[in-house]
Design a protein around this ligand. Sequence first.
Ligand code: F1X
Length: 314
Amino acid sequence: MILTVTPNPALDLTWRIDRLVEGGTHRADTGSARAGGKGLNVARVAHAQGAPVLALTTAGGRVGAEFADELKTSGVPHVLVPVAADTRRSIALVDESAGDTTIVNERGTGPSDAEWGALLAEVVERLPAADVLVISGSLPPGTPEALLPMLIAVGRDAGVPVIVDTSGPGLLRAADAGATVLKPNAAELAEATGSDDPVAAARTLLERGAELVLLSLGADGMLAVTHDDLLHARLEEPLAGNPTGAGDAGVAACAVLYAEGTRDPETVLRRATAWSAAAVLMPLAGDISPRWTALEQQLHVTRPDPDQFRKDPS
Ligand SMILES: O=P(O)(O)OC[C@@]1(O)O[C@H](CO)[C@@H](O)[C@@H]1O
């Protein structure tokens, strides 16, 4: 079973608009509201592909009630730890003409120490049945620094691989705490390490303890960086659509393979890139298109020159 933990869940609100105009008023058909946050998306994708999952997160207030309702309807197995603070919202405006999406993520309100304790206790209780632990998404303001290392430590103590997709200082903390796989995007990695050389920055995460860094490059595909290899997977032409949740689909692919005992970096990279691309074809985060198998076959996988990913300082 894949156990996902989402420390900062969100009710994902998505609207499709013809064209985003800064400062303009937009009209849209009724939008959708879905229980989101990165770990929820990972669980949804893996569940839809037939993998056993359990999504663990918190829910609180009026927004949390809507979040819980939608999650129940989705059929994704889950456990919600009740919290006092309102669950946050994440707003996605899908610009149909530009083919891109603008996101506003509320920062969220952190649970109390007792509520964090209850979430951690749930993780510990469920871990014996898990084959992999996924910790995904941002950490709400006020999250104790020790929380992420503690979550990773309980996963490691249970003997399961721990996959972490987070941003900010949490990324380095996760590497230090012994996360098995890290999945930053290029901007998150640059921000956390201060380096304009993504491959060198990914290798610093490996030195801190990870065995694999999956680095998403948006339209340019994904890199798999290990201690002794560098692989790049990409499609000939990038796909147009809604990229929200594409990275989560990549994490789901990695989790499914790790849960099955497949840790070969090239296999993981191919599946993660294909599921990410297949997510772009779907209107909402948390879904992937059945075209993923065809996309996987169309991928170009190379051992590139690491310098080609360096950001030109000019
Ligand atoms: O604020 P975070 O946790 O970094 O991101 C939250 C979020 O934007 O990420 C998902 C897409 O990856 C959305 O479903 C979700 O609400």
